[in-house]
Design a protein around this ligand. Structure first.
Ligand SMILES: Cc1cc2nc3c(=O)[nH]c(=O)nc-3n(C[C@H](O)[C@H](O)[C@H](O)COP(=O)(O)OP(=O)(O)OC[C@H]3O[C@@H](n4cnc5c(N)ncnc54)[C@H](O)[C@@H]3O)c2cc1C
Length: 430
């Protein structure tokens, strides 16, 4: 079939979907490209929703992946505000909520993830928030900046990335903030206690109160509004609003309905070419659990999907895997195997984290730089192999950190800690 007669459908109007559409055109695909998104907005980036967009420092226009006219200019057919409700691989057809049927030659599932719910009494009250969409961020900013009940805190359930970023944004807006977290430190399951303690100190210095080792048991209300949170260990915390920031799960319902293989740890199972168990259907971004080709450093650090699969809920993964899936749809050879990368901004601390080294996988953390001044790199090691690295207020080091992880080359911890030893000199000769 001539390429102009083929139709590629993308379900999911987020970063992965929008970048896949862009790549299809950049690679010269001349057929139909249809992008379906259940949100009303054109595809946008989510990181600002818990940072500068939430505080009001970033304009709404700045969050969109492409300028408004880009889609029409590139002949990307947008179906927005419209969920895809079924995929039928036997006839290669997508069905939309309004009954429209769209045939495809290749299909990309980039349906992202959705926040977990608290599942405790009181979650139906007004001012219990989740944060995934632009409207959620708008709503939360409205609550945080309203003068009514200004003395009462925002209670955040979960000291993960989003919980911490919102804590920082809310303090910047002058709100009182209390964080309730079942682990012993922030981000304990991701970073372990060493970095968790540094993050806890950062937030305490900015006036955040933490309650570790417990979770919300009930949200109490008054006149249909949040009034407080009772924790499992019996504390009564006043609250004008609650943010549930307890993680997200992949949106796999369509894949399940289509009979595609799912990964044991969650997500749509794909091979390194991002192809699902149906050769015409691909997946990318937060929803995809990618089989790892297995090599050096990263093969020792399997992702949250467990074993040989990795599902990464990070911006850079959406940015890179969307285009990789598009190239795969075009029949190009693709082996998607990036070191996971995450960035975050909290107050005046900017940080980047590469790799994967939760507690239990590493035997020591080596610091390079000035921890007290929060200008350092932390390396997680096992048997002197670098599993992960986090740089805080130190820049342009992601490439050598990822190279150390990827090569799996053993390093001398003292040289790693020594700022006078260039990181590049620790890498094996090419
Ligand atoms: C508040 C917030 C802050 C973040 N900050 C950072 C950060 O600082 N650094 C970082 O690395 N990462 C960050 N992330 C993570 C990053 O934004 C995600 O990894 C990224 O958005 C994933 O992109 P995606 O395209 O896979 O999915 P999404 O962005 O979730 O897009 C999927 C889209 O598909 C739509 N969809 C789902 N099902 C259907 C259907 N059946 N029909 C039609 N449409 C459907 C969804 O509504 C959504 O619009 C943050 C995430 C959030 C929520």
């Amino acid at each position: 079939m001539d390429g102009t007669q083929r139709t590629f459908v993308i379900i999911g109007g987020g970063l992965a979907g929008a970048k896949a559409a862009q790549t299809l055109r950049e690679e010269g695909f001349a057929g139909r490209v249809i992008l379906i998104g259940d949100e009303h907005e054109q595809p946008y980036e989510r990181p600002p929703l818990s940072k500068d967009y939430l505080t009001g420092r970033a304009e709404r226009e700045s969050v969109f992946v492409h300028a408004p006219g880009w889609y029409a200019h590139n002949r990307i057919e947008l179906h927005l505000g419209q969920p895809a409700v079924a995929v039928d691989p036997s006839v290669r057809e997508v069905r939309l909520g309004d009954g429209t049927r769209l045939p495809y030659d290749a299909l990309l599932l980039a349906t992202g993830a959705e926040p977990h719910r608290l599942g405790i009494p009181g979650t139906q009250l007004a001012n219990v928030h989740h944060l995934r969409r632009l409207a959620h961020s708008d709503h939360l900013r409205g609550v945080l900046t309203s003068r009514a009940r200004a003395g009462e805190p925002l209670v955040i359930a979960g000291a993960g990335w989003i919980g911490l970023e919102v804590a920082a944004a809310a303090r910047t807006l002058g709100a009182e903030v209390t964080v309730v977290e079942p682990g012993p430190t922030p981000l304990h399951a991701v970073l372990g206690p060493e970095l968790g303690a540094i993050l806890a100190d950062l937030h305490r210095e900015h006036g955040v109160a933490f309650h570790f080792g417990t979770r919300p048991a009930e949200i109490t209300g008054r006149d249909g509004m949040v009034a407080g949170v009772r924790t499992e260990d019996g504390r009564e915390l006043p609250a004008r609003a609650v943010l549930a920031a307890i993680g997200a799960g992949p949106r796999t319902a369509l894949a399940e309905g289509a009979g595609l293989d799912l990964a044991e740890g969650g997500g749509i199972a794909v091979d390194p070419a991002l192809r699902t168990s149906d050769p015409r259907i691909f997946a990318a971004g937060d929803v995809a659990a990618v089989a790892q080709p297995g090599h050096g450093g990263t093969s020792r650090a399997p992702g949250p999907g467990g074993g040989a699969r990795r599902r990464v809920e990070h911006w850079a993964n959406a940015l890179n895997s969307g285009p990789a899936a598009a190239r795969s749809m075009l029949g190009q050879e693709v082996a998607y195997d990036r070191v996971p990368y995450f960035f975050s901004d909290q107050y005046d601390a900017g940080l980047e984290y590469s790799g994967w080294a939760p507690p239990g996988t590493y035997d020591r953390v080596v610091f390079r730089g000035d921890v007290a001044k929060r200008a350092f790199i932390a390396f997680w090691l096992r048997d002197n192999h670098v599993l992960a690295g986090l740089n805080m207020n130190v820049w342009d080091v992601t490439a050598p950190i990822q190279h150390l992880i990827r090569t799996g080359h053993p390093v001398d911890p003292e040289a790693l800690a020594d700022r006078a030893t260039p990181l590049d000199s620790l890498l094996p000769a090419a």
